[in-house]
Write a protein that binds this ligand. Sequence first.
Ligand SMILES: Cc1ncc(COP(=O)(O)O)c(C=O)c1O
Length: 447
Amino acid sequence: MSANTDLLARSLAHVWNPCTQMKVHETLPLVPVARGEGVWLEDFEGHRFLDAVSSWWVNIFGHCNPRIRAAIVEQLGTLEHAMLAGFTHAPAVELAERLCALAPRESRRGGLEHACYASDGASATEIALKLAFHAARNRGQPRRQRFVALERSYHGETLGALSVTDMAIYRDAYGPLLGMPLLAPAPAPAARTALDAACCPDCVAPALAALDALLERHGEEVAAMIVEPLVQGAAGMRMYHPDYLRGVRERCDRHGVLLIADEIMTGMGRTGTMFACEQAGIAPDLMCLSKGITGGFLPLSVVLATDAVYRAFYDDSGTRAFLHSHSYTGNPLACRAALATLDLFEADDVIVANRALAARIDAMAAPLREQPWVRGWRRLGMIWAFEVEGADATFPRAVFAEALDRGLLLRPIGDTVYFMPPYSIGADEAEHMIRTAHATLHAVRGD
Ligand SMILES: Cc1ncc(COP(=O)(O)O)c(C=O)c1O
């Protein structure tokens, strides 16, 4: 039995994979990964797959990045973990300082000054929702118990995060357990094939008018509005205009509603600025980060909060405190990985370098973009997305399997194909990504 086959059998016997109907693997084999290096994942037989989705959008500097690895190894020699209640340590402090210094800032409102750590994206969403609700309560506004979310939003899959997620596929089974958000129309065209690179400026005014109507009616019941700034990722990389974010910020202020920016996917440079909010010139009250924050090495998330939110909890009374914890809160190894990730941004001037890289990939992608079956081609920063005409329900799985056979990891969302490669992708590798995707789509369409 080969190492591939052996691991597959043992995995199917005991590992319950995420977001998967396990029976699918009777016909679609799992891919056993032996190692990763740069943009490549490799199985035990030497087959290599270019990770065009940065492994669920986390490996922003590729796999096994030597600089991040070295930082973790060094930290391993001094402190692997210590509880963060009653204790503190340099990695947690340094990371909080650097993230607060980098976070979006508005001259009138200021920036984000306090960091609350957790592990995954969804746990950051939970914290942000609880903080918003509890801050209102501490400020004598107990009626503010509801949240506004955008239609087709995705904020994670724990019960609180799922409560502000508008995706039937994830919500339906758990409906009785979930809170209902007030849903505001997303500022993007309803027809998927009409999405375009201009991020639909015409969609902003109607979406803001609908938000006005919703807040006129319910504003006093709302603790916070949560948004994925500029790109609704899980909805199929739906991009929208920064004017909408500016309008949301104004309306939240007018109605005394906190603004939560879920930058779990959009943060860490993915949309072309360190945080997507910067492109709208706004600062949120709470900002969630995770995914790329450790360059894909260790689970870590963080919620950054304004001083005003922090002050709502600062008191002699324990009942006004934020009594929320996870055992691994602020783990030193994870914080060190995040610090090394920030070092890479600085040392390699990554945000600027990505502009040139993205322009090169645009040029390589021109023949694909011009195919008559490609609809709604769009790019923001290091995210490319388009819809494929005629894609049916079997399309995502067929593309995934066909691309793997050709050495590429692609995971379409419905009829949307997207590329979110590591920022470290080289020119030849980008060529492989685009050409292989093109050939894969031809093959799957049967052209
Ligand atoms: C915008 C957004 N929020 C939250 C999450 C949840 O993050 P995690 O999967 O780490 O719980 C995701 C994951 O894709 C996301 O894209």
